[in-house]
Design a protein around this ligand. Structure first.
Ligand code: PLP
Length: 419
């Protein structure tokens, strides 16, 4: 159902009166105020919280923040980002696994800004952007805002493995109809499933793109790496990057990197889009068109987090401290995810293939009904199209252990088939 507009134009979008997640989250907060945090499980929040429900902020990063001088944050930054940031963010994203090719970084307001700029520059109005059926809903919002739509392939096959066949089929279908194709893969530690593409999955992706590139059309592969530093060992989880260097000239890879989670700087709105291109001309074009688009949307990105990241990468001791501190919290997160999946297995609750990260998902036929039932037990989770999303990032390990049995009971109560 579309809402009626008074003065605003609909422009093909369906803008609800109330954001569903926002509503659930408000009810969760009200329940916590009324009944206390122990009685309530609020698994809706997409930020890392400690066991007491407080936002985790890396102290090592916060110290840099507090040492800044006014000129570090008050002045405008260049449109594409400061020179030290452009360098530092490539080190942060790729670690020791930078792909071969011509690389350029453009600063953006978070990973969201990168996604917006890719869609606007590498697809045409009316195009469909390809991503997986389980995906972060704002992809659709970003596409819809600029006259594009999202099309999906099936992420998992019957055995719960990456569905390379569906990826191939859908890419081919879209490239038959369109002159260009933007593909968004959110990995590692995908939102909302927690899946990470394996190196073998990546080989399939690269093979498909090489085949499809024979059409000569323009393809942009976006690696949405928002959760890369919370997936597990930083080095292991970056080993897929060199594969991007194998792609042919008409496929540009763009990493959407975000400082929101990696540096716990969510509110400073900083990230970068980093391209890997086969030729200097394509990399220069990337920088030129993305800076132009930035100018026409948010102009420049806030300077503050750019300076913070640059300082961290200028000082090996400080970088070590940040990495170590993050590793401690990452372990806490991984333990929570493991606790949830272990209990799910014990209780016979099916979950979508999970590896690591902020979220786990449970497939079900009527996610809204399951979610409403859970609210009766003071459990607040996010109903998606294909299932229920649980933010293990925002609840303690003990609550993670309690949840699977409660979810299973709610599913049974609303008549869900559980196999
Ligand atoms: N991509 C995914 C899958 C996300 O979940 C998020 C944040 O929740 C982002 C990108 C971008 O976040 P930000 O714009 O804060 O960097």
């Amino acid at each position: 159902m579309t809402d009626k507009y008074i003065l605003a134009r609909e422009n093909g979008r369906n803008i609800p009166k109330e954001d569903k997640i926002f509503g659930i989250s408000n009810r969760a907060k009200a329940a916590i105020r009324e009944k206390g945090p122990e009685r309530v499980i609020n698994g809706t929040i997409g930020a890392l919280l400690d066991d007491e429900g407080k936002l985790v902020v890396l102290e090592s990063v916060d110290q840099v923040f507090h040492q800044l001088k006014p000129e570090d944050y008050a002045e405008y930054a260049p449109i594409g980002g400061t020179a030290p940031f452009r360098e530092a963010v490539q080190k942060a994203a790729f670690g020791d696994h930078a792909p071969e090719g011509f690389r350029e970084a453009v600063a953006t307001p978070g990973g969201t800004g990168s996604l917006r700029n890719v869609v606007s520059n590498y697809s045409s109005p009316g195009d469909e952007i390809l991503t997986s059926d389980w995906h972060w809903a704002p992809y659709g919002t970003i596409a819809g805002e600029i006259g594009r739509k999202v099309a999906t392939f099936t992420l998992f096959d019957e055995e719960g493995k990456f569905n390379g066949a569906s990826f191939r089929e859908k890419s081919a279908e879209l490239l038959q109809r369109q002159e260009s194709l933007v593909i968004i893969l959110n990995t590692p530690a995908h939102n909302p499933t927690g899946y990470s593409l394996t190196l073998e999955d990546w080989d399939q992706v690269i093979d498909v793109l090489k085949e499809e590139a024979a059409s000569g059309k323009a393809i942009a592969l976006v690696v949405d790496a928002a959760y890369i530093d919370f997936a597990g060992d930083e080095d292991e989880y970056r080993k897929f990057f060199p594969k991007l260097g194998e792609l042919p000239e008409n496929v540009i890879s763009i990493v959407a990197y975000s400082l929101s989670k990696t540096c716990t700087l969510y509110g400073t709105r900083c990230g970068a889009m980093i391209c890997v291109a086969k030729t200097r001309e394509i990399a220069d074009e990337f920088k030129r068109v993305c800076e132009y688009s930035s100018r026409g949307s948010w102009s420049n990105t806030a300077r503050v987090a750019q300076v913070i990241l640059s300082r961290i990468y200028e000082d090996p001791q400080l970088l070590k401290r940040v990495d170590e501190e993050r590793a401690g919290y990452r372990q806490m997160l991984l333990d929570r995810g493991r606790a949830f999946s272990e209990e799910a297995e014990k209780t016979g609750l099916p979950i979508v293939p999970f590896d690591a990260g902020f979220f786990v998902s449970v497939p079900c036929a009527d996610p809204d009904a399951v979610s409403r039932k859970l609210e009766e037990e003071d459990i607040y989770l996010v109903p998606l199209k294909l299932g229920i999303r649980i933010s293990v990032a925002s609840i303690s390990e003990e609550k993670c252990r309690r949840l699977p049995a409660a979810i299973r009971a709610a599913m049974e109560a609303v008549g869900e088939k559980i196999d």
